[in-house]
Design a protein around this ligand. Structure first.
Ligand code: GLN
Length: 398
């Protein structure tokens, strides 16, 4: 895509204004959108056909560049509501966005901003106009590569330097990225600060108090906990077991988040172990699920291409029901590593990987997927009721 004038016809091929340079030296040239500059990360593909704004604000994507397999991204613009990060810290998630088609002007009654301006404001470097099918095929074959994404309106790229930079990036294996996105301090989640949808009316009376350990929590999880009747206190990922217990919670929620669960587990697992020892009802999602598994002695492993999409069928082995779920994970719990007191409750019908556990000797369970993300659309919301039931049963026993 170099600028090259054909003097006979006067035709000019446009100059590339953005590039994606993979660790293996592959260079993909296209057009820049969003933030100008360079960003680095692990490239994963997301197959969701809707929800790009939720995806781009999910703190679990910290340290990653997303390539969308759906070609038309951005055509409904962006709005003030479909945001999953909960504060300034957690909004520094995804590093880059790769899209097939040129982003058109927004056409939607909810749109308040063009994706271009919105990406700029969130410091996300974007690239359009590349063959995302080929990139996805490459990821399927070779696994998720590290890469540098660069956007320069003048198209001046030092390709050898970018290649060297991409090749030198550390693997996601072993990276604790939670400090980038966790809340700096404790706060009580207040629904009224957000524009609420139907059924999400402001709660003024709460039946239960839940402490949410924030490893990069998504907003809709907090909203659904509130809708289920819980007052939610959010604690930073570095909170100690004493910090949690001092609040005398009826339940503890372990959030989703970025990076390698084993790395974050170094400081989070002792806290989770203590919470489980105290028999406090506990519910974990995604990174929370992985770290609950680590806390009972299980192991996690890096996946080849991960699961990122909104059409993943999961079977609840306790009811036999299949739900269509949203997923975003690059690590998975090894079911063979689980101890006897951790029963596998959910499995992926795509590849049989573990999607959930329940403890037999503690009021605790967790899932690998995102029950709050509603692709089913509400197939998995029952998990929030399951959590509240655990809390209620636990209260009744005391
Ligand atoms: N969404 C998440 O919580 C992701 C968990 C973890 N970072 C993974 O990639 O597997």
């Amino acid at each position: 895509m170099l600028q090259d004038k054909d003097s006979a016809s006067g035709w000019t091929e446009p100059r590339a204004t953005a590039v994606l340079v993979l660790q293996d030296g592959t260079v993909l040239e296209g057009f820049g959108i969003g933030a100008v500059g360079e960003a680095t990360g692990e490239v994963c593909f997301n197959t969701a056909m809707t929800g790009y704004q939720e995806i781009l604000t999910d703190p679990s994507y910290a340290g990653q560049i997303i390539t969308f397999t759906f070609p038309h991204i951005g055509n409904v613009g962006t709005n003030e509501e479909d945001i999953e990060s909960v504060n300034a810290a957690s909004s520094s998630g995804v590093r880059g966005a790769v899209m097939a088609a040129t982003v058109t002007d927004p056409s939607n009654w909810r749109a308040s901003r063009h994706l271009d301006a919105w990406l700029k404001a969130r410091n996300i470097v974007g690239l359009t106009g590349i063959d995302t099918r080929a990139l996805t095929a490459l990821i399927r074959e070779k696994g998720m590569p590290n890469a540098v994404i660069a956007h320069d309106p003048n198209g001046a790229f030092d390709i050898p330097a970018l290649k060297a930079k991409a090749a030198a990036l550390p693997s996601m294996d072993g990276l604790d990225l939670v400090p980038m996105v966790t809340s700096a301090q404790r706060f009580d989640w207040d629904e009224s600060t957000w524009t609420l949808g139907e059924g999400y009316g402001k709660q003024t009376e709460f039946k239960h108090h839940v402490v949410a350990l924030d490893y990069g929590v998504k907003r809709n999880i907090l909203r659904l906990l509130v809708r289920a009747g819980c007052k939610v206190t959010v604690l930073p990922a570095t909170a100690t077991a004493e910090d949690v217990l001092a609040l005398k919670p009826d339940g503890v929620f372990l959030s989703n988040g970025p990076g390698d669960p084993a790395a974050t587990g170094e400081y989070a697992v002792p806290v989770i172990k203590k919470v489980l020892e105290e028999k406090i009802p506990t519910f974990g999602i995604c990174l929370g699920h992985q770290m609950m598994s680590l806390a009972v002695g299980g192991k996690t492993k890096k996946m080849h291409q991960g699961h990122h999409g909104a059409n993943h069928p999961v079977k609840d082995k306790t009811t036999g029901k299949v739900e269509i779920t949203s997923m975003n994970h690059g690590f998975a719990v090894d079911p063979d590593s689980l101890p006897k007191n951790a029963v596998e409750t959910h499995v992926s019908l795509f590849d049989g990987s573990n999607c959930g556990i329940a403890l037999t000797d503690r009021p605790a369970f967790s899932v690998q997927y995102h029950p709050e993300a509603s692709p089913g659309p509400q197939d998995s919301h029952y998990l929030f009721d399951r959590f509240v039931k655990l809390i209620e049963d636990n209260k009744a026993q005391r």
